[in-house]
Design a protein around this ligand. Structure first.
Ligand code: F3S
Length: 276
């Protein structure tokens, strides 16, 4: 069996960085789980005593150090956290910090702010909170802007994981409708790199194994792309690997969701080698 890993898979830059920060911040908690992978969360707890709490309210006097996740947190929560007198370790991805800073600076200069993203997503909640006035509008498509009368000065940013095509639609509408539009490309390509890579790999594979949480949406997306091109399976751990899948196949592609650690990928490759 020829086993090949996708050119890009697994942790993105921001998650890799956050995990390293957690490993270097022993005896801490993260505000919410650091990544959506229970095995990695378990490892951080076991090896580094880094656990997690769901909310600031659960931070008591026994907790001395708190790690902020890649998505960042709203400004008011950061203020509350500072009042707790804990050491704050900021693992907010630099690509998320960027729109936070832009929104803060542009709103201070009197620009209306438009954010392309999901209002309920923690990253967007955080970015929105940096606006110093209340003229901030979160939209998922340009049609949502039709009923909003914006001022003549507008700054627009995007949630990092959004698709550029929809962003361009929104920007194009704004530019056509208003005099001054400052556009910031805050989209991060990491998720799309994994998708393009699994497409390329699955096109030449007989079978593709996708590793990641069955409830992880970016993992499911990888699986859907792969199964359009060849036989594909989504597994969470090595026990799910079935020797029968590989009968009569020569070429096996491997990819993993953005929350899947490298050690799990290696463990699964070893299992595939053992059974084939
Ligand atoms: Fe990852 Fe940061 Fe991009 S967390 S997906 S590198 S915005």
């Amino acid at each position: 069996m020829i086993i090949e890993k996708a050119k890009s898979y697994g942790f993105c830059f921001g998650v890799k960085r956050a995990v390293e920060i957690a490993e270097n911040s022993k005896n801490a908690v993260t505000l919410g789980p650091l990544i959506h992978n229970p095995l990695e969360i378990e490892r951080l707890k076991k090896e580094f005593n880094v656990g997690y709490v769901d909310d600031i309210d659960f931070i008591d006097e026994n907790i001395k150090r708190v790690i902020i996740r890649t998505h960042g947190i709203p400004k008011d929560k950061l203020k509350l956290l500072k009042e707790k007198r804990v050491e704050i370790v900021d693992a907010t991805c630099p690509f998320v910090k960027k729109p936070q800073e832009i929104v803060e600076n542009m709103s201070k200069e009197g620009y209306d702010i438009v954010i392309f993203g999901d209002e309920n997503h923690p990253e967007v909640k955080g970015v929105k909170s940096y606006c110093v006035h209340n003229r901030v509008f979160v939209v998922l498509k340009k049609e949502e802007l039709f009923s909003i009368k914006l001022k003549e000065k507008i700054a627009v940013v995007a949630q990092t994981t959004r698709k550029i095509e929809t962003y361009l639609n929104i920007v194009s509408y704004l530019v056509k409708s208003y005099k001054e539009v400052r556009v910031f490309n805050t989209i991060c390509n990491a998720t799309f790199e994994n998708q393009n890579a699994v497409k390329e790999l699955s096109e030449k594979s007989d079978i593709t194994i996708i590793i990641g949480g069955k409830n992880s949406s970016n993992t499911k997306q990888l699986y859907n792309i792969a199964k359009d091109n060849c036989e594909a399976y989504l597994v969470e751990n090595e026990n799910e690997i079935d020797a029968n899948w590989f009968r009569g196949k020569k070429y096996c592609g491997i990819s993993a969701g953005a929350s899947t650690p490298e050690w799990l990928v290696e463990r699964i490759i070893k299992k595939i080698k053992d059974v084939t």
